[in-house]
Design a protein around this ligand. Structure first.
Ligand SMILES: Nc1nc2c(ncn2[C@@H]2O[C@H](COP(=O)(O)OP(=O)(O)O)[C@@H](O)[C@H]2O)c(=O)[nH]1
Ligand SMILES: [Mg+2]
Length: 299
């Protein structure tokens, strides 16, 4: 059983990770809970709440790209390899963080980091080693506007699943920016995305998953494309992907609107459950925070 608690917040660029962190910090403050905020995005720009640890004080993507002539993806991988070689930067300040804190780790969005290289698993292992022993869960954000494009949504779901399998941590999937699709998607339709329904991949004429000839653009050779996109093998592939997601029925989503206190609180309660945060807290009486009155019974 760990004595420190945290969550690592992942997902593609622009999914709303940093906004979610800010909303969580605000919510934790409102509920008199402590938080330890770590930024691991070496290209991050601005923060509403100053991070307690900031990778940019160790290394920035800008410097790496300039000095090593690397592109943004290679540069990011370099930053993380550098962090892994200098883990004291992260682990030393964490030694003093106590069990009442929720440690939030705000990650960059490059998808390669989650699906291709074992950098995040190594990072997570380093945070679990020895005296740190952080009980951690992964929160994977996907933005809800993806559901207008089913292919995009399922690609996102697969990347969430890939992160889930690589990390072997309790995992919470989150559909962010729900305010943007509110009123645009029927509840019944939305449910198919919250618990991904493979029929979405099968009867999807408007989804871009079936080939459609468009006037006035270069469609390539329509007979070839037709064969591939509406052919047997393409729908077989779709079915196989759908079944894969279905079999790992672990992929379902919580809905998040970062502007809504209730919504943030609801997602937080799933995270708390996943890391068993409340079980570990000292049992408290309602008056514990007040100074002990001389007359009070101390039992
Ligand atoms: N409408 C809406 N916009 C959001 C929400 N969360 C984030 N955003 C916007 O999405 C953009 C990217 O958010 P950010 O938190 O920086 O994403 P990150 O790259 O995953 O850290 C910003 O312009 C945010 O203001 C939300 O719940 N609703
Ligand atoms: Mg961010």
């Amino acid at each position: 059983m760990g004595s420190k608690y945290g969550t690592i917040i992942m997902g593609p660029a622009g999914a709303g990770k940093t906004t979610f962190c800010s909303a969580l910090i605000q919510h934790l403050r409102n509920n008199k809970r402590s938080c330890f905020y770590i930024n691991l995005d070496p290209a991050a720009e601005e923060f509403v709440y100053e991070p307690d640890i900031d990778i940019r004080e160790l290394i920035t993507l800008e410097d790496v790209m300039e000095e090593l002539h690397l592109g943004p993806n290679g540069g990011l991988i370099y930053c993380f390899e550098f962090l892994l070689e200098n883990m004291d930067f992260l682990t030393e300040p964490l030694e003093d963080v106590t069990e009442e804190y929720l440690i939030l780790i705000d990650m960059p969005g490059q998808i390669e980091l989650y699906t291709h290289v074992p950098i995040i698993p190594n990072l997570v292992k380093a945070l679990n080693r020895g005296s740190l022993n952080i009980s951690m869960c992964a929160a994977y954000l996907l933005e809800s506007t993806f559901i207008v494009d089913r292919a995009k949504f399922f690609a996102g779901t697969l990347s969430a699943m890939s992160a889930m399998l690589m990390l072997e941590l309790p995992h919470v999937n989150i559909l962010s920016k729900m305010d943007l699709v509110k009123g645009q998607v029927a509840r019944k339709e939305l449910k198919k995305y919250i618990e991904p329904d493979i029929s979405l991949l099968q009867d999807a004429p408007e989804s871009g998953l079936l080939y459609e000839y468009k006037e006035g653009v270069d469609n390539g050779d329509p007979t070839d494309a037709d064969k591939v996109m509406s052919g047997d093998s393409f729908s077989k592939l779709n079915r196989a992907v759908g079944n894969l997601i279905d079999e790992f029925s672990l992929v379902s989503f919580l809905k998040l609107d970062a502007q809504s206190e209730d919504s943030v609180g609801a997602v937080l309660s799933y995270i708390d459950d996943a890391i068993q945060f409340h079980e570990a807290q000292e049992p408290r009486e309602p008056g514990d925070d007040m100074l002990m009155d001389d007359d009070a019974e101390t039992g």
